[in-house]
Design a protein around this ligand. Structure first.
Ligand SMILES: [Fe+2]
Length: 205
């Protein structure tokens, strides 16, 4: 079994500056995400050697935590792109298309959407993730949160934002809301729109 591997980023570690520093990106990707990958592989290898339900149950927490960490970070890196405001890429640009239409239908304005996302996400107690998700039952976009490294299972993830302190503390210290305000400059809405369309989301055009 070859196991899981750390995915490459499609931009350099300093590509998201000044909104997310090179130091954070390098540590976050090379150290934090790699640790989830290594621990997930170890847990899966241990699971393959189990012979009793009790042994398998004992590994559930490690599988969930590290598997979630790997899934969430793999989504997160793709959610980000160098900033259009810095003339480095298309990060932060919500272009006309089905995702923009759906956001405006649901929240009225892009500013109101961001405001609700940031308020909901800033309210996470401890570590977790903020999500824009598509509710498969209703076909509607919703802002939801998950705790720890729990992956988003109730919705299809469209945008995920890491709210662990390791994602922002070295640059923003304890001011989570500054990190949340900054990150919209490097959100890859093209990737978000691909996920939205693939999930069957559409506007009522
Ligand atoms: Fe993280």
């Amino acid at each position: 079994m070859s196991g899981h591997t750390l995915p490459d980023l499609t931009y350099p570690y300093d590509g998201l500056e000044p909104y997310i520093s090179r130091q954070i990106m390098e540590l976050h990707h090379k150290k934090h995400h790699q640790t989830y990958v290594n621990a997930l592989n170890a847990a899966e290898q241990a699971y393959a050697k189990t012979s009793t339900p009790k042994e398998r149950i004992a590994l559930q927490a490690a599988l969930k935590f590290n598997g979630g960490g790997h899934i969430n970070h793999s989504l997160f890196w793709k959610n980000l792109a160098p900033s259009a405001a810095e003339r480095k890429g298309h990060g932060g640009e919500l272009r006309d298309g089905p995702l923009k239409v759906a956001i405006l239908e649901r929240w009225g304005t892009y500013e109101k959407f961001k405001q609700e996302f940031n308020t909901t996400t800033a309210g996470i107690q401890g570590s977790g993730w903020g999500w824009l998700g598509l509710n498969p039952a209703t076909g509607k976009l919703e802002i939801v949160t998950t705790a720890n490294q729990d992956p988003l299972l109730s919705h299809v993830p469209i945008i995920g934002v890491d709210i662990w302190e390791h994602a922002f503390y070295l640059q923003y210290l304890n001011v989570k809301v500054d990190y949340l305000n900054a990150i919209w400059n490097v959100i890859d809405f093209q990737e978000a729109e691909r996920r939205f369309v693939d999930a069957g989301g559409s506007s009522k055009l």
